[in-house]
Design a protein around this ligand. Structure first.
Ligand code: SF4
Length: 173
């Protein structure tokens, strides 16, 4: 049994090591921060050299990139998209609005903390974050994956009722 566990752990470590260099990213462009995505993924900053490439469907994507403020109507779609993605999957909160509401901190329509509703693995602060900050966020996620610490998707499964309760409160489901 011990040998099997050791082999399984080793297998997961190898997969994580490989996975971090091959990540497909769904950009959910909720807000103004999305303006910094084109320079980040095209030749000037070239995120693809790290193995991170944009993708168009939720079921094949590894990263959900939430680029800015999330309003209550958007949150509903965002949750659906996240739940369509297959594990392991990672969420990046892009811009200060995803951390604390940013300049919309007192808006009735904006969700203030994304991590109350979805398991955020990495936040990228800034209004809006520069492409270099975005790349640093990507590299942080890659490091977490390599170390087996990007476990937001497991947290979501284990604390499903907690997240659903938070979602219900704001969406009035
Ligand atoms: S953090 Fe700034 S750039 Fe990003 S969505 Fe909020 S207001 Fe827009």
């Amino acid at each position: 049994m011990e040998l099997q566990e050791t082999l399984e752990e080793g297998y997961v470590e190898i997969l994580d090591h490989l996975r971090k260099r091959s990540l497909w990213m769904l950009q959910y462009c909720t807000a103004c921060g999305a303006m910094e995505i084109p320079p980040t993924i095209t030749s000037r900053f070239d995120a693809e050299r790290f193995g991170i490439a944009p993708f168009v469907t939720s079921r094949q994507s590894d990263i959900l990139l939430v680029t800015g403020y999330v309003n209550i109507k958007t949150l509903r779609r965002l949750i659906t998209v996240y739940e369509q993605m297959l594990p392991p999957k990672y969420v990046i909160g892009f811009g200060s609005c995803t951390i604390n509401g940013g300049i919309y901190w007192d808006s009735y329509a904006i969700v203030k903390r994304l991590d109350l509703y979805l398991p955020v693995d990495v936040y990228i602060a800034g209004c809006m974050p520069t492409p270099m900050a975005v790349l640093e966020g990507f590299r942080t996620l890659m490091k977490l994956i390599d170390e087996g610490k990007a476990n937001g998707w497991k947290k979501y499964q284990e604390n499903y009722e907690y997240y659903k309760e938070n979602q219900r409160k704001v969406l009035k489901w």
